[in-house]
Design a protein around this ligand. Structure first.
Ligand SMILES: C[S@@+](CC[C@H](N)C(=O)[O-])C[C@H]1O[C@@H](n2cnc3c(N)ncnc32)[C@H](O)[C@@H]1O
Length: 234
């Protein structure tokens, strides 16, 4: 049997793909993240086993343990749906899960999802590219780390490259990110939008500038959009 790594979309349950919904309806086991629409879990058959592996702050569950859980359930021969927020391969560690399944000889398929990186701005009226304003968009993690380490974020290069920046997981480091970008030459008046729980009925949007980003105190999940398009509301 196959383990399906399914993107649950950004929050609105209707943004799950048709394929994801069909797989969920036939699931024997659902292993899900914290940031998914919990309504989706009611779509699984009544007898399905539902396991929450959400990495709740303060209750860390290691990725290694999640990989082992997937492998163990994958080997039982039941239909396993691994439901992940947004798209499984956009800052979702879905690649690691796929590699662990492959290493264990367990078949898997990836079912792409609608990523919050694009859905949250869109739901706030922000086209991440817009003719005459932005010809590129970069999706970047706000878990900045050491810029010289492998996987570290080079904010200076991103700042100089121009275009739209979409920052996921960036609220904790928002002051540093804004300072780094201004240091790289972006104007402090550059428009910024912060979208909390985009696509859901809890959605909130604040429009500000790089200079004032530090004053926006939305909790997770929030997406930061930086660049001229962030001023749009279309
Ligand atoms: C670990 S990343 C996972 C991203 C996911 N794989 C995707 O493609 O959307 C989680 C981050 O995505 C962003 N995010 C997820 N859902 C969101 C939503 N509905 N509205 C705004 N941002 C969201 C937040 O920055 C959050 O901290």
């Amino acid at each position: 049997m196959t383990v399906y790594l399914v993107g649950a979309g950004p929050g609105d349950p209707e943004l799950l793909t048709l394929r994801g919904a069909a797989l969920l309806r036939g699931a024997d086991v659902v292993i899900h993240d914290r940031l998914i629409a919990h309504e989706l879990l009611t779509w699984a058959p009544p007898g399905a086993e539902v396991i929450d592996v959400g990495k709740t702050p303060g209750l860390p569950r290691r990725q290694h343990d999640i990989n082992e859980l997937l492998v163990a359930h994958g080997k039982t021969g039941r239909q396993v749906v691994r439901l992940k927020g947004g798209d499984p391969f956009v800052f979702g560690r879905g690649g690691e899960e796929a590699l662990a399944l492959r290493a264990a000889g367990v078949e898997y398929q990836v079912v792409p999802g609608v990523s919050a990186a694009f859905a949250a701005p869109a739901a706030a009226g922000i086209p991440v590219t817009h003719r005459g304003m932005s010809t590129s968009v970069t999706v970047v993690t706000g878990h900045t780390g050491d810029p010289s380490a492998p996987g570290g974020v080079n904010w200076d290069a991103l700042g100089r490259a121009g275009g739209t920046l979409v920052v996921l997981m960036g609220m904790g480091e928002r002051a540093t990110i804004a300072a780094e970008l201004v240091g790289s030459g972006r104007l402090g008046t550059t428009p910024v939008a912060v979208v909390y729980w985009g696509t859901t009925d809890r959605q909130r949007v604040v429009r500000t500038t790089l200079d004032s980003l530090a004053n926006v105190d939305f909790p997770a999940p929030s997406t930061i959009v930086i660049g001229p398009v962030a001023a749009l509301d279309v």
